[in-house]
Design a protein around this ligand. Structure first.
Ligand SMILES: N[C@@H](CCC(=O)N[C@@H](CS)C(=O)NCC(=O)O)C(=O)O
Length: 215
């Protein structure tokens, strides 16, 4: 039986898992589950009520980071976790930074400009948006610029979970009509271009753009 992934394509966390599945060449089916008003049955498999949740036969597992860790063991190649102990410690920290700080900052812009408009039929609160873009995002981008330095990927010499997690919320930022200023943060902008050009990301970005087009 093939893998089912419960979620919707615009979630940065669902996207993380879909990119990992694509990188590992694992077939799956995306089962639509919106992150609002989850039915009781969904709460049984995802007790925090969040998306994504993986279903592999009778095994179910919520949380993008936990799901990717599971997939790393079921399908070890290509490895998304580094082998070196220090890098193995650092990669999940960068994933956590992306899942918390980056999503709080860029995800809020996406929520105001895209989710409020499309789902709740409300106007964006541009005061919140401007604060995120002008005050909070630059601090995050400064830190990321320093972490990328002259590296191709965030950890070690191979693309992995830190890159998947870090680049995912930037896709939402793009859907909200924003991008990283390449003059101010050249390394970050080039890095994001590199990650988003991978077939795993590229296909999803295109699919998502289509789904946001007005009918
Ligand atoms: N730590 C979780 C976070 C997942 C998450 O926050 N998903 C959002 C959608 S992007 C959600 O389901 N929110 C609904 C809620 O918080 O009730 C993961 O990595 O999967």
């Amino acid at each position: 039986m093939s893998i089912l992934l419960h979620g919707v394509n615009a979630s940065p966390f669902v996207r993380k898992v879909r990119v990992a599945l694509a990188e590992k060449n694992i077939p799956y089916e995306l089962k639509p589950q919106v992150p609002f008003g989850q039915p009781p049955d969904y709460m049984k498999i995802s007790p925090l009520g969040k998306i994504p949740c993986l279903q592999d036969g009778d095994y179910t597992l919520p949380d993008s980071s936990c799901i990717i860790a599971y997939l790393e063991r079921t399908n070890p190649k290509p490895a998304l976790y580094p082998a070196d102990p220090k890098e193995y410690g650092r990669a999940p920290f960068l994933q956590e930074y992306a899942d918390s700080k980056l999503v709080e900052t860029l995800g809020a812009v996406f929520f105001q400009r895209v989710v409020r408009k499309l789902i709740f039929k409300q106007e964006s609160d541009e005061t919140i948006v401007r604060n995120k873009i002008d005050v909070e995002a630059p601090k995050v981008f400064d830190w990321l610029e320093s972490q990328i330095g002259d590296r191709e990927w965030l950890v070690g010499t191979r693309f992995g979970i830190a890159d998947i997690a870090m680049a995912s919320p930037f896709v939402n930022y793009g859907h909200a009509g924003e991008s990283v200023d390449g003059k101010r943060w050249p390394k970050l902008a080039a890095y994001l271009q590199r990650v988003h050009a991978r077939p795993s990301f590229k296909a999803l970005i295109e699919e998502e753009r289509q789904s946001f087009k007005p009918a």
